[in-house]
Design a protein around this ligand. Structure first.
Ligand code: ATP
Length: 257
């Protein structure tokens, strides 16, 4: 890919000059002949929680994978604080402050909780011992189970471990793919409380969720994706009360016009 990495890009018209923490500009991503993202543009401001909503196959996971360097865009740009990072591989982007908690909480099942957490910090030039304490304070159950083999944890504990491991990379921006998937409502509640705390401590969040109500209650703003394109974007409270969003993603029956 040409022109990759850390070039200053002029902001297009109508976009604030101050760089967002993350900006996706007209991003196209293809799997072979399948165009999964058809020119997605979105911004995530510093300190924000932004939710990405949409049906199965809308392109939410692909958006996160393109933002974290797991997938290279066919065209368009990924900017972090106004600097291009598309084309930089995901393991390198950890150093740039992007953490990714992928769908399906991929912890290393044969490693202990502690070993998994240490893996999260291995790309850092100077791992900070306080980070482990921070993770254990956010997730006391991980401290209790630090020597346990991760594959034997419950689903909720594995999700906590996946988030904790990403935090060990000291992300400024945490990308979360379906953190509530397959978990009991009480555990989902607990995880969202912790995400709120992580955000309050200064980490910006971009969150993909099927659980739209939960996501929009946490989020400042949201984007709705359909077949690889953004079809709505607004304040989370406005999306929560929008009848189209309520009908499509909150399981409500739309009223007749
Ligand atoms: P889900 O909630 O089901 O994961 P999503 O909104 O995250 O949905 P993506 O996983 O990003 O959607 O998929 C977007 C499109 O790309 C879909 O049409 C999907 O079938 C296709 N796709 C995703 N991954 C691949 C792949 N590895 N190879 C080919 N097509 C893919």
């Amino acid at each position: 890919m040409s022109g990759v990495g850390l070039e200053k890009e002029p902001a297009p018209e109508g976009v604030a000059a101050a760089p967002a923490l993350l900006e996706l500009r007209d991003l196209r991503v293809c799997y072979g002949a399948i165009e999964a993202l058809k020119g997605i543009s979105l911004t995530v401001g510093e300190g924000e929680v932004v939710a990405l909503l949409g049906a199965n196959g809308a392109g939410k996971s692909t958006t996160l994978k393109a933002a974290s360097g797991m997938l290279a865009p066919r065209s368009g740009h990924v900017l972090l604080r106004g600097e291009r990072v598309d084309g930089i591989k995901s393991h390198e982007l950890v150093r740039f402050g992007i953490g990714h908690v992928p769908e399906g909480r991929r912890v290393f099942p044969r490693m202990s909780v502690l070993e998994n957490l240490r893996m999260g910090a291995y790309r850092l030039r100077r791992p900070d011992p306080d980070d482990l304490e921070r993770v254990f304070t956010l997730f006391p159950v991980l401290a209790k189970r630090r020597k346990q083999i991760s594959g034997t944890l419950s689903g909720g504990e594995q999700q906590m471990l996946a988030i904790g491991r990403a935090l060990m990379g000291k992300p400024e921006l945490l990308l979360l793919d379906e953190p509530s998937m397959g978990l009991a409502p009480l555990i989902v509640q607990q995880i969202f409380e912790i995400l709120k705390e992580i955000n309050a401590q200064g980490t910006t969040l971009l969150l993909v969720e099927q659980n739209a109500a939960q996501a929009l209650q946490l989020a400042d703003r949201g984007y709705v994706l359909e077949t690889g394109a953004v079809v709505m974007s607004d304040e989370a409270s406005a999306l929560l009360s929008d009848p189209r969003v309520r009908a499509a993603y909150l399981g409500e029956v739309a009223e007749a016009e």
